[in-house]
Design a protein around this ligand. Structure first.
Ligand code: BTN
Length: 246
């Protein structure tokens, strides 16, 4: 990696995403600055959930990203790049993971990593993006009502050095984010190649409560999920409009 890494390390803060947002109101940070904490006391998950992490056991960090060439209506590109970066990092650590649409990272049917991306928009541009990542590393037991957590240690029985893993995983993610002249359809193919349940017939529930057997066949330009139903029609779902049934 050729550029210098800027890392802001806090012993204890409520949320690295919230802290990043506060700092960004006052100053401009170096692109790809990383804010991390050993003890995140009020970690935010998607849709107002909280994020559990035993102090010192896992990675909880946010990356500040100034996307130069990504427009507001293309913001799903950021999720795709971050997911692929994390998948590549886990592969490097001999862990086979998949992306559960839109941006959870799964090992089999369990969640190893959650991502909360908060973009500050300015007209049709993204002023900055706060990419929050919670990666379960050494934690062995989870206490919250998170449905299906798993950690790297649960899989490999290894104890990881947290600082070293932060350095590695952020290398993989920032490498992906720094690719400027990327082809969007190549990125989508890479995303689909690593997508959980891609092209497999599985059970789902729609927002209206009806259930069906369907096959994920792709995503559209704004990142919505395309699922082919029993009648061979393609249904398009935005986040939270479809539930995966097991
Ligand atoms: C999810 O619900 O899956 C998203 C979880 C995101 C958690 C990370 S931990 C670091 C960053 N700071 C937060 O408050 N949340 C994100």
């Amino acid at each position: 990696m050729s550029f210098h890494k800027y890392i802001i390390k806090k012993d204890i803060i409520p949320s690295t995403n919230a802290y990043a947002k506060e700092i960004l109101q006052e100053e401009i940070l170096q692109n790809l600055t990383i804010i991390t904490t050993t003890n995140q006391t009020a970690g935010k998950g998607q849709t107002n959930n909280s994020w559990e992490s035993t102090p010192g056991e896992n990675l909880t960090f946010s990356i500040i990203f100034y996307p130069e060439k990504i427009k507001a209506n293309e913001q799903f590109v950021i999720s795709q790049k971050v997911c692929i970066g994390i998948i590549n990092y886990l592969k490097y650590r001999n862990i086979n993971a998949t992306i559960k649409w839109p941006n959870d990272i799964y090992v089999d049917t369990k969640k190893i990593c959650g991502i909360l991306i908060e973009n500050i928009l300015l007209g049709s541009n993204i002023k900055n993006s706060i990419i929050g990542i919670g990666l379960n590393v050494n934690q062995q037991v989870f206490y919250s009502n998170a449905p299906n957590p798993i950690s790297m240690n649960n899989i490999t029985a290894q104890k990881y050095d947290i600082d070293q893993e932060l350095n590695k995983v952020t290398d993989f993610i920032t490498e992906k984010l720094s690719e400027i002249d990327f082809d969007k359809s190549d990125l989508t193919s890479e995303y689909l190649n690593n997508l959980y349940r891609f092209e497999k017939i599985c059970n789902y529930k729609r927002k209206n409560g009806s259930t069906f057997a369907g096959k994920i066949v792709g995503i559209d330009s704004i990142g919505r999920l395309n699922v082919q139903n029993e009648c061979n029609e393609i249904e398009t779902f935005a986040f939270k409009e479809i539930e995966y049934l097991f």
